[in-house]
Design a protein around this ligand. Structure first.
Ligand SMILES: [Zn+2]
Length: 276
């Protein structure tokens, strides 16, 4: 079974065809991206910072097949690989069970992420990032989480830690986190109240451990970053609507499908079990 759904933050697809005694269901969250080109097929043109008509204009050039493929490869190789396949969700509900040789197996959920070309003409307007190709005379463009420029995949120094070491980040990997629904690392702490400006510098982390988070100023993945997949499973399955700590609980290592006795003892199978 393949079950697709458009969620507020992304498109989601749950695939249970992959399930067997050793393999889990796969949940893919999907975003698209597409070219922004100069108007009327021109080789060069302009585009406003942030896509806002009142903001300054920058010179842009038409994407070529080669430049687009290079940008796309760079983008997919970093953003998608950062987020893809990093979490497994423990299935604590009697759903998606399969039976083989008279034994029931309950699959867990492997969290996948895919970012794909989406042509406007083909539809699929949901959850799309627009990308402009800057003219070589431009060194900066006002981008945001849904509008990127051709320089946005570079790794830049964001800050230093308490020992003076540089903290590096590739901005688009952080922005994809936002697109998936994740907020800045310190939101909810006293120095970054949820009702205040959650883009204030304190929200990007004060302690080193938080600064290094991808939702701070660094490139580290945290267990809390599985929340978009956990919420998607609530939406797709209708189970765990209150989303307690154990509903679709995230793990950063593979956990194998369980038989009823293992479910009853709440075992987490991190090593390949012996099966008939
Ligand atoms: Zn941010």
């Amino acid at each position: 079974m393949k079950l697709g759904m458009s969620l507020p933050q992304s498109d989601a697809e749950l695939n249970t065809d992959t399930c067997d005694p050793f393999n889990n269901a796969e949940l893919t969250l999907k975003l698209g991206f597409r070219q922004v080109n100069p108007a009327a097929g021109a080789a060069e043109g302009t585009y406003h910072d942030y896509g806002r008509a009142t903001a300054p204009n920058r010179k842009i050039v038409k994407w070529t097949v080669g430049s687009w493929n290079l940008w796309r490869k760079n983008f997919v190789d970093t953003a998608a690989r950062f987020w893809n396949g990093k979490f497994w969700l423990s299935n604590n509900f009697p759903v998606y069970e399969i039976e083989k040789n008279g034994i029931k197996y309950r699959p867990n959920i492997w969290c996948l992420f895919k970012i794909e070309d989406r042509d406007i003409a083909l539809g699929g307007h949901h959850h799309v990032i627009d990308v402009v190709r800057l003219h070589k005379s431009e060194t900066w463009f006002g981008s945001h989480s849904k509008l990127y420029d051709s320089l946005d995949t570079n790794s830049v120094q964001k800050d230093t830690d308490s020992k003076g070491k540089a903290i590096m980040q590739r901005a688009h990997v952080h922005e994809v986190g936002h697109l998936l629904g994740l907020g800045h690392v310190d939101i909810g702490k006293a120095h970054c109240p949820p009702g205040g400006d959650t883009n204030a510098s304190n929200c990007y982390g004060v302690a080193d451990v938080d600064k290094y988070s991808v939702m701070g100023q660094g490139m580290q993945l945290r267990l809390s970053h599985a929340m978009p997949w956990r919420k998607a499973m609530v939406a797709l399955s209708g189970k765990g609507n209150a989303l307690t700590a154990t509903d679709w609980e995230a793990k950063t290592q593979r956990i194998y499908p369980r038989i009823p006795a293992e479910v009853a003892s709440n075992a987490m199978l991190t090593h390949r079990p012996l099966r008939k």
